[in-house]
Design a protein around this ligand. Structure first.
Ligand code: SAH
Length: 240
């Protein structure tokens, strides 16, 4: 027989020895993956804008990737989304959003290249109104339905050629182009507000591409190279 003292001692050990409760599947598990993504892929690389960090920590990226890739949703890389297109690496999404330096209230943003809708969802957490244009109708349709289901009420998706922007809603405080252009489309410069900023990858798909920062100040347009990048090509373009 076990002496009663020993039994008590053993029982007292039970809570210490048992493993910590497993995190519940679902929301909490992905919240932890997002937290790590924000810390290690984004904050550690120098992104400091609190609105951007918050939005990146909130958007459920795993709901924007194909089902077979859900376990890679928070990896430090782009992922295929079908039709030969990709959802950008989380860091690049954060960097482009930060580059816009949007006003804290009332910002209106244009995105060219909706793809999965992920980048638009991140922008929706930072801006008041988001307009996004996608040239592949099937992607525009899926992204639009997904954003609606997830409750993003301040995003409007249109299928069409984003080279020409979205004139009815111009001018924009910020524009992000998520496909690489051979040159900066003049209509996008026109649709940028005075004091507005645009983040756009420029270059060829086969050679170098740079993420460029375009600013419109006192009617003048300046451009600056930020980092080398790799994006799918911007298709479409003139005529119109
Ligand atoms: N922002 C997207 C990434 C999409 S990849 C996301 O978060 O998932 C780039 C997208 O740009 C592709 O879906 C591609 O079809 C689209 N695209 C390419 N050229 C375009 C154009 N001229 N107008 C609008 N979309 C374009």
């Amino acid at each position: 027989m076990t002496p009663p003292g020993l039994l008590t001692a053993l029982l007292a050990l039970v809570p210490v020895l048992s493993p910590p409760p497993a995190p519940p599947e679902g929301a909490d598990a992905t919240a932890e993956a997002r937290r790590r993504m924000v810390e290690h892929q984004i904050r550690d690389r120098g992104i400091a804008d609190p609105a951007v960090l918050r939005a990146m920590g909130e958007v459920p990226r795993h709901l924007f990737v194909p089902p077979a890739l859900v376990r890679h949703a928070y990896d430090d890389r782009p992922l295929p989304i079908g039709h030969g297109q990709t959802i950008s690496q989380p860091y690049i999404v954060a960097l482009m959003a930060e580059m816009l330096r949007l006003p804290p209230r009332g910002a209106r943003v244009l995105e060219i290249g909706t793809g999965s809708g992920y980048h638009a969802a991140v922008l929706a957490g930072i801006a008041e109104e988001v307009y996004t244009v996608e040239i592949i109708p099937a992607l525009a349709l899926t992204a639009s339905a997904r954003l609606r289901e997830l409750g993003y009420k301040n995003v409007r998706v249109r299928d069409g050629d984003g080279y020409h922007g979205w004139e009815e809603h111009a001018p924009f405080d910020g524009i992000v182009v998520t496909a690489a252009a051979a040159h900066i489309p003049p209509p996008l410069i026109e649709q940028l507000k005075e004091g507005g900023r645009m983040a756009i990858p420029v270059g060829s798909v086969f050679f170098a591409q740079y993420l460029m920062l375009v600013e419109k100040r006192d009617g003048r347009v300046t451009t600056e190279r930020v980092i080398p990048v790799r994006f799918v090509p911007l298709t479409g373009g003139p005529p119109r």
